[in-house]
Design a protein around this ligand. Structure first.
Ligand SMILES: Cc1cc2nc3c(=O)[nH]c(=O)nc-3n(C[C@H](O)[C@H](O)[C@H](O)COP(=O)(O)O)c2cc1C
Length: 177
């Protein structure tokens, strides 16, 4: 869990590297760019966010600024770095476990009035996070969670992503019998 100067260092170095065109260096394997319906959803939520923030489609500097905001972990005062024991690789089950823990943390935080953004952008340069947070090599860096008291006046915080209706993805079996 990071705050203060170490978190500032992660933000600064993460941003410098990514703006400078450095390659992403994550411990975990990525599926690459979103495709198909996943890409559509990504674009849809970006449109909503840019709309709420008044960022025009062709306003490249402001769009870039938004991306940087992600690399800065949304200027949150605290960042939780979630890791798992490398001995558990290849990870499917422990990825699931850590996801469940992450969701629990986010809900518990919300219950206490704290907002969170689970974010992969903050660990895109996992080597930097590892160095600054002194994370041992036998821990795999999975994701981080930016946390702080939400600013309700910040327009993007009012954006809600669209949800598929349950009928679209739940297969109900035996309920009509
Ligand atoms: C594993 C994971 C990584 C994410 N990484 C990012 C990220 O790097 N940047 C970002 O803006 N949102 C990221 N998100 C999305 C935000 O956390 C999002 O606000 C959160 O999932 C809730 O949004 P929703 O209600 O639209 O699902 C990520 C979500 C997950 C689950």
């Amino acid at each position: 869990m990071l705050t203060g100067l170490p978190l500032e260092e992660v933000r600064r170095r993460n941003m410098e590297e990514m703006v400078g065109g450095a390659k992403v260096k994550r411990d975990i394997i990525s599926h690459g760019e979103y495709q198909g319906v996943h890409r559509t959803r990504q674009v849809d939520v970006a449109k909503k966010l840019f709309g709420a923030m008044g960022i025009a489609r062709d306003d490249k500097p402001m769009r870039q600024d938004w991306v940087l905001r992600g690399f800065r972990q949304f200027d949150a005062p605290v960042s939780l770095v979630l890791t798992y024991d490398r001995a558990l690789d290849p990870g499917a089950v422990c990825h699931f476990d850590l996801g469940a823990l992450c969701y629990g943390i986010v809900l518990a935080a919300w219950d206490r009035g704290l907002g969170s953004v689970i974010n992969g952008q903050g660990i895109m340069r996992s080597d930097i996070v590892r160095e600054v947070a002194k994370i041992p090599e036998d821990e795999v860096i999975m994701t981080c969670v930016a946390m702080g008291y939400p600013d309700d006046d910040f327009a993007a915080n009012a954006v809600r992503s669209d949800r598929e209706h349950n009928q679209e993805f739940v297969r109900y079996v035996g309920f009509a019998d």
